[in-house]
Structure formats: structure tokens, C-alpha cells
Ligand binder design. Structure first.
Ligand code: SAJ
Length: 434
């Protein structure tokens, strides 16, 4: 394809890899962000987020002079909006950044240009929010200015691989818009690109994440049921999944990140009366930190809430540095509100509440160690030493991640989330009797 000038608005987890990808495939890219720190970092070929191989790609893009950062947009052939779409406290989409980005390009769009919304948005956003703003340019949309939605679908931790390999949906306000957008992405996408209309594409994106959220809610509900029944949820799931058409997801302390914990609300907001299962799934997943805190209360007995809990891992999932919407951050605040002293350690993340400087500091004199996130690095812990540091010698694995026997050999009493009632108090009493 002919070399194009592409203006990417938003240099976050999606915008930056996308900008670097276009640049390393020969396009002339300007990466725009309102945060001058991020723009300065980019112009020095540095990145401010943790994502495997992204630093190498950005260095190559900046070195080739095909990628520069700026705080202001400028004239280009293609504009890609990849800004955040968070939710407000009352679970409504906060579209402020999309509106600001769209307004910022109105003075620069010219006849023949393409505008793509990549940000995950409530169905109807291109039609009802983006198009009315772009019409202010005086251009006829679909004839002089081509507009559509092409949602990103990449998994944090594997962004670069998935950006290239995944299938992609492109929804255009008309056929020609969709085809023009497809031609742009074909530059680096090896997966198939499917064309549809803009609102269908928006619905597909939010529904993909909703599908996962609802399935995880089912697994979390099952974990609660197994706990009540006194059986092991992990064994139930392992055996159920031997059925050729069953794939029960993994229970855990809740669902985090800026996608699964957010996107289902975009459907609930637009269809509040109809989206019953979707809303209930969100509430079930959000209830998990309370369920975990109740389990901790149950294991430690009613006494003294000022006891210390050590938490391993605070990010929203394994091996990333992202704590957005992390259920472990919620757990820390639930435990804090109940009066526990909490100390948390995470090898990937910094600047979170109750942060301990080291594993030793977090574990020292704690009543219980709670594994919140299945970071690979935790497998290398010296558990005998960890157990020696703690006071209560109880290990609560919220992910079924650790080798139970290894923990027991190290001296821990082990409880796994959803694995039936293990009464640690009783076990302790037995020990003392021996
Ligand atoms: N989780 C569970 N149980 C499971 C699977 C996940 O509790 O069985 C939890 C994780 O611990 C985490 C959360 O769910 O807290 C989300 O993690 P994830 O790895 O499933 O997804 P994300 O949020 O990192 O990325 C998702 C992906 N969507 C789907 O797989 C449908 C990705 O493809 C999207 O691009 C991304 O959302 C996005 O940006 O929308």
C-alpha cells in the first residue's frame, strides 16, 4: 500500500503499539497524547508502560523517523482514535476523551480522509457521538470523509503478537468507509478482516468481553456453591471440562482490568431493562472480594481484626503491571475497612495502597498469606523461609496456583478458594493437642 500519513490519538496500551506497528510498516505516523510526559518519552524512544517487546518496536519506529510524538494533532490521511473510555461511579460510559479527541481533529480533516474509532465504546457511539462532531468539518460523511469503528481485541501481555495475528472487525458508516479502513489495517494484520456496519462492530466488541465476564461469573458462583457444599470447585471444573461442549472458566477473587470489568456496563447502560444476566454477572464478579474477606474472617475466627494479612500480587491479572479495576485492590480496601492491617507485595506493580517494599516486609509477623495474583515469579519463592517469617502459617490461594504439597512441606496450612470448608482453626487446635 502507498505510504500514508496516520495520526493516532491516544498513546496508551492500544494507541502506542498500533502507532509503532504502522510506522514500522512504512507509514508516516504522528502519535498524539495530551500527556506531555508520554509524548516526551516517545520522542526519546522510551515507553512508560510494561508490555513485552513494545520497547523494541517503539525504538525501531522512532529510529526510522516514521514515528514522532506530539501533544497536538495535524493534517493526515487517516485519524485513529484510541483514547480511554472509562466508567463513572454510577457505571455509565465516560465518553469525554472520545469527544475531546474527535473535536481536536475537526480543524484538520480534509476531503478523502479516514477517521477510525478504536476505543471500546457503547453501541451507537460512532453514529450518535462521533459523526455529529465530524459533521462540523462541513465534509459529507461517507462520501468525503470515511468513518467507522475497528475495535482492538488484543490481550495485554501478548499485544504485539495479537495485533498482527488476530482477526479484526471493521464497521463502517457505509461500505466504502469499511473498505477503506480495512485497506489501512491490512498493512500489518495477518488475520482475517470482516466488514460490517459501525454499530454492529461496537456491539461485537463489548459482547466479546461480556461473554467472558458472564462465564467467569458462573465459575465464581460455582466456587461459592462448592464452598457451601463442602466440595472442591477445581475438581468439579476439571471434570466438567472433560465434556466436549463444556468450558467452565476459572474462579478467582473477581474480574479486573479496563475491559471485562467495564464493557458489560456499556450494554447495561443502553439496554437497562433487557440486560439482566449481564448486570447480575457484573455484580457477582464484584462481590468476590467480599466473599474472600468473609472467608478470611471465617478462618481467623472472630477475634481481633487488627491482625496482619500479607497479600501477594495486586495487579488485575498475572504478569502485567496494570492495577486498573483490580479485585485485589478492592480486597485490600475491604480488609482495611474491617480493621485488618494489610501489607501487599507485587514484583510488577508499584504505588498501590498498603505497598510493602519487599516480600519479607509484607510477610513478617502476618497471620495469613493470601495469594491474590498468579504471577510466575511467585513460584520461585522460598516457602520455608516465607512460612518462618509469618505468625499464623496459613496460606490462602485465591487462584489454585501454588503446589499445595510444597506449601504444606514448608509448614503452611493451605486453603484454596472454592475448595470446600477447611477449618484452619480446628487444624491449629489439632496441632497443639499433638
Ligand atoms: N479471569 C478470571 N477467570 C478466568 C479468566 C480471567 O477470573 O477464567 C480474570 C482475570 O484474572 C482478570 C480478568 O478476568 O482479572 C480479565 O482478564 P483476561 O485475561 O480475561 O482479559 P483482559 O481484560 O486482559 O483482555 C480482554 C480480552 N478479551 C477477551 O478475551 C474476550 C482481550 O482480547 C481484549 O482485547 C481486552 O479484554 C480489551 O481490551 O477489551
Amino acid at each position: 500500500m502507498q505510504r500514508k500519513k496516520i495520526c493516532v490519538l491516544g498513546l496508551g496500551y492500544i494507541g502506542l503499539p498500533t502507532a509503532a506497528m504502522f510506522a514500522t510498516h512504512g507509514h508516516n505516523v504522528i502519535g498524539v497524547d495530551v500527556r506531555s510526559k508520554v509524548v516526551d518519552a516517545l520522542n526519546n524512544a522510551k515507553i512508560t508502560i510494561e508490555e513485552p517487546y513494545l520497547d523494541i518496536l517503539v525504538q525501531a519506529a522512532v529510529k526510522s523517523e516514521n514515528l514522532i510524538g506530539s501533544t497536538e494533532p495535524e493534517e493526515a490521511d487517516v485519524f485513529i482514535i484510541a483514547v480511554p473510555t472509562p466508567i463513572t461511579n454510577d457505571k455509565r460510559a465516560d465518553m469525554r476523551y472520545v469527544v475531546e479527541a474527535a473535536e481536536s481533529i475537526v480543524p484538520y480533516v480534509r476531503k478523502g480522509n479516514i477517521v477510525v474509532l478504536e476505543s471500546t465504546s457503547p453501541p451507537g457511539t460512532v453514529r450518535d457521538v462521533l459523526c455529529p462532531i465530524l459533521e462540523r468539518s462541513g465534509l459529507v460523511l461517507g462520501e468525503e470523509l470515511y468513518v467507522g469503528h475497528s475495535p482492538e481485541r488484543v490481550l495485554p501481555g501478548k499485544i504485539l503478537m495479537e495485533l498482527v495475528g488476530n482477526n479484526r472487525i471493521v464497521g463502517g458508516i457505509n461500505r466504502i468507509s469499511a473498505e477503506k479502513i480495512k485497506d489501512i489495517y491490512k498493512t500489518f494484520v495477518n488475520g482475517e478482516i470482516f466488514l460490517t456496519d459501525e454499530t454492529t462492530a461496537e456491539m461485537c466488541k463489548v459482547m466479546e468481553n461480556t461473554f467472558r465476564d458472564v462465564n467467569i461469573a458462573l465459575a465464581n458462583e460455582l466456587a461459592k456453591i462448592c464452598e457451601e457444599t463442602g466440595i472442591d470447585v477445581w475438581e468439579v471444573i476439571r471434570l466438567c471440562n472433560k465434556h466436549p461442549r463444556v468450558n467452565i472458566h476459572q474462579p478467582g477473587p473477581g474480574v479486573g482490568g479496563h475491559c471485562l470489568a467495564v464493557d458489560p456496563w456499556f450494554i447495561v447502560e443502553k439496554n437497562p431493562k433487557t440486560a439482566g444476566i449481564i448486570k447480575m454477572a457484573r455484580q457477582t464478579n464484584d462481590s468476590m472480594p467480599h466473599f474472600v474477606a468473609d472467608a478470611i474472617d471465617g478462618m481467623l475466627g472472630e477475634s481481633d481484626y487488627s491482625r496482619k494479612i500479607c497479600i501477594l500480587g495486586v495487579t488485575y491479572k498475572a504478569d502485567v503491571d496494570d492495577t486498573r479495576e483490580s479485585p485485589i485492590i478492592d480486597l485490600i480496601s475491604v480488609l482495611g475497612n474491617r480493621g485488618y492491617e494489610v501489607a501487599a507485595y507485587d514484583p510488577h506493580a508499584t504505588k498501590f495502597s498498603c505497598e510493602a517494599r519487599s516480600l519479607e516486609e509484607a510477610a513478617s509477623e502476618s497471620e495469613m498469606v493470601v495469594l491474590g495474583v498468579n504471577h510466575e515469579a511467585f513460584k520461585k519463592i522460598n516457602f520455608t523461609e516465607l512460612c518462618r517469617l509469618t505468625k499464623g502459617k496459613v496460606f490462602f490461594d485465591l487462584r489454585n496456583f501454588m503446589d499445595r504439597e510444597e506449601l504444606e512441606r514448608a509448614g503452611f496450612k493451605v486453603k484454596v478458594l472454592g475448595s470446600g470448608k477447611v477449618d484452619v482453626k480446628e487444624a491449629e487446635a489439632e496441632d497443639m493437642a499433638e
